[in-house]
Structure formats: structure tokens, C-alpha cells
Write a protein that binds this ligand. Structure first.
Ligand SMILES: NC(=O)c1ccc[n+]([C@@H]2O[C@H](COP(=O)([O-])OP(=O)(O)OC[C@H]3O[C@@H](n4cnc5c(N)ncnc54)[C@H](OP(=O)(O)O)[C@@H]3O)[C@@H](O)[C@H]2O)c1
Length: 318
């Protein structure tokens, strides 16, 4: 089958397309998906996991059709079902004509969007869902800051915080994205190009950070006492994984701080798929490339502020 491959070593990698990959076989409870489209997370070239797979096929976000069920599969999916999935960090291998998923990674695809649009959703959806539901402990009506709000994760955070928690969302983004963020539910918008943007945010109960670095550091100046700062930005802050205590804590004692890496969550995918089909959540903008242009696709995906997710198409379906 045809697949994208990461050749070389971390830091000296090369993106390639191969025709010679063996089609995977679903074992046990696994499901084989005929991949119509697969999303790109450009940071994956820096993760160790893909270099440990025998195939070196990247990709964790897919949308496609169930082709075959594993011999022990007893779940709800049937051959022919349209699904989307977020493959676990250790497994991946989604950017191929066929990929194997598990039930906890897979949900029915939102019917009102294309496979390309669905393939852009899983990581942003699950990341935003977990940040809000597992890590923030938000009360209804909380005032929250979302950094990188016009990015893929940011757009999901803005929409789900406003819709599910009735949050008053302050969206940090470049000015060209302010109107669209208001349309997604942001109550206020702030431009990060202003040197002192943090002075324009007011005080918040929670920060959801997707940018990291100086933006995360400045966001400490926006928090109320007892607030929480949740970041997913790559590279992680020095205090991630309990390695250190943030130095900002001296001036903001009592602020809770969380860095997390998302897990698989088919329930989150199913719930957000329903919200998309009900017209309550907007899918993400996508740039589509045929698999033979995967190198160009990865180049675009590596650019920040590109305004959408880059998706590789394997099938010819919508
Ligand atoms: N830990 C996890 O489990 C996890 C999961 C998913 C993603 N992530 C990480 O989260 C980050 C965001 O992912 P994404 O897919 O949402 O990225 P994305 O779609 O590329 O969005 C990034 C956004 O950041 C904004 N931005 C760029 N430079 C900025 C700066 N200097 N100051 C303020 N904002 C800036 C851009 O805003 P404008 O468009 O307004 O310029 C852009 O929209 C990445 O680092 C990714 O690796 C981690």
C-alpha cells in the first residue's frame, strides 16, 4: 500500500512517500480502516515514538471507512461505517492507505463534514476536551484566557469552553483572526502583537495555553488567586512532568499549573462529532494535499499561523 514515511533520524529527518508498505492486519479487538484522509501534526517529527515503529509511518489523526474487524472484535462498529480516530502516540501509522485502530481510539465520523475535515479534528478535539473536562476543574461562567486561540486546539478550546461551560472566553490571537474568534464564541479578543497584551486581558480563572514560551510566562500575570494554568504547548515548560516548580509561583502562590499530553478518548470524539452535526461546533479549516504531494503538505504543516490543519488525502471520496 501507499504510505508516508519519515526517513533518517530525529533532527535530520526526511519525509517520503512509498508504495511498498504491507497492508496492516487487524489483530484481536483491532479494526482495519481504509484511510480517506489523515491529518498532519508537524511536531511529530520531534517525537521519539515514530522512530520506534517498524514502518516509520507518521500520523495519528485519520478519517475513513471500516474495512475489516479483528477476529475478537465485539464492539459496535461494522464494516462500511465511516469513522474518525485518534491513534495512540505509541501506535500512530495513520498516514497510509490502511491503518489499524482500537475501539477506544475510534468514533463515528461527523456526517456533515468531509473525510478531510474530519481527519483534522481528533487531536485538537481530544486535547481541548481533556483540558476542559479533566484538568481545569472549571466552574460554569468562569472567565478564561485561551492563547493561540486561532490555532487548531485553540479554536476547539474557545468553542467548547463557551458552549459547554458558559465561559467568558478571552481569545489571544493576531488581529486578522479576531472576527472569526468572536464568531466561535469569544467574548473578548486580544492581539498578541502588543508588547503588553497581558495588561488588556483582565483577571481570569483559567488559562488554556497552546503557545508556550514567553506567551505562557506572561499569562501568569492574568490569573486570579486560586486560578489554574493548563498548557499543552510544545516544547513543554521546564516545570512539566514535575521536574521543577514554576518560578512564577513565588508571585502567584496557590495557582495550579498543569502540563499534560492527551490520551485516546473515543467518547470525546463522539460527543464533539454530535455537536458538529447539530451545528453547535464548527470544524477546522483544512488545506488538502494528495498523498503524492505529502512532502509539500508537511512543509506547509510546519508553518505556524497557517490558519488551518493540513490533511493528506488517500481516497478519492468526499
Ligand atoms: N500536549 C498535547 O497533548 C498536545 C496536543 C495537541 C497539540 N499540542 C501542541 O499545542 C500547540 C498548538 O497546536 P495547534 O495544532 O493548535 O497549532 P496551530 O494550529 O499551529 O496554532 C498555533 C497558533 O499559535 C499562534 N501563535 C503562533 N506564534 C505565536 C506567538 N508568538 N504568540 C502568540 N500566538 C502565537 C498562532 O496564532 P495566529 O494564527 O493568531 O497568528 C496559531 O494560530 C503545538 O505546540 C502542539 O504541538 C500538544
Amino acid at each position: 500500500m501507499k504510505a508516508v514515511q519519515i526517513l533518517g533520524e530525529r533532527g535530520h529527518h526526511q519525509i517520503a512517500v512509498t508504495n511498498l508498505m504491507a497492508r496492516p492486519v487487524p489483530r484481536g479487538h483491532e479494526v482495519l480502516i481504509r484511510v480517506e484522509a489523515a491529518g498532519i501534526t508537524a511536531d511529530e517529527v520531534g517525537w521519539v515514538e515514530v522512530y520506534k515503529t517498524p514502518t516509520r509511518i507518521p500520523g495519528h489523526d485519520i478519517s475513513g471507512v471500516v474495512e475489516q474487524l479483528g477476529p475478537d472484535y465485539t464492539g459496535t462498529l461494522s464494516v462500511g461505517d465511516a469513522v474518525f480516530a485518534m491513534l495512540h502516540a505509541d501506535r500512530g501509522q495513520g498516514q497510509a492507505e490502511f491503518a489499524v485502530t482500537r475501539e477506544d481510539e475510534t468514533a463515528a465520523k461527523p456526517a456533515t463534514v468531509s473525510h478531510a475535515e474530519a481527519a483534522a479534528l481528533p487531536i485538537p478535539v481530544v486535547t481541548a476536551w481533556e483540558a476542559l473536562h479533566r484538568h481545569a476543574g472549571l466552574e460554569r461562567g468562569a472567565r478564561v484566557l485561551v492563547t493561540g486561540a486561532a490555532g487548531a486546539v485553540g479554536r476547539m478550546l474557545v468553542q467548547l469552553a463557551a458552549l459547554l461551560f458558559d465561559a467568558e472566553v478571552v481569545a489571544l490571537a493576531s488581529a486578522r483572526n479576531h472576527a472569526l474568534l468572536r464568531g466561535l464564541g469569544a467574548a473578548e479578543v486580544v492581539d498578541y502583537s502588543a508588547a503588553d497584551w497581558e495588561m488588556h486581558v483582565g483577571k481570569v480563572d483559567a488559562v488554556f495555553d497552546t503557545v508556550g514560551g514567553a506567551v505562557l510566562a506572561k499569562s501568569w500575570r492574568t490569573v486570579k488567586s486560586g486560578a489554574v494554568i493548563v498548557t499543552v504547548a510544545d516544547p513543554p515548560p521546564p516545570w512539566a512532568f514535575g521536574k521543577q516548580v514554576p518560578e512564577e509561583l513565588q508571585d502567584h502562590p496557590g495557582v495550579r499549573y498543569v502540563y499534560f499530553v492527551l490520551s485516546t478518548d473515543s467518547e470525546a470524539l463522539a460527543k464533539v462529532a454530535a455537536l458538529i452535526d447539530e451545528g453547535k461546533v464548527k470544524a477546522l479549516p483544512v488545506a488538502e494535499f494528495p498523498v503524492d504531494e505529502a512532502v509539500e503538505a508537511w512543509e506547509l504543516a510546519a508553518k505556524r499561523s497557517r490558519g488551518g490543519k493540513v490533511v493528506i488525502k488517500f481516497g478519492s471520496g468526499a
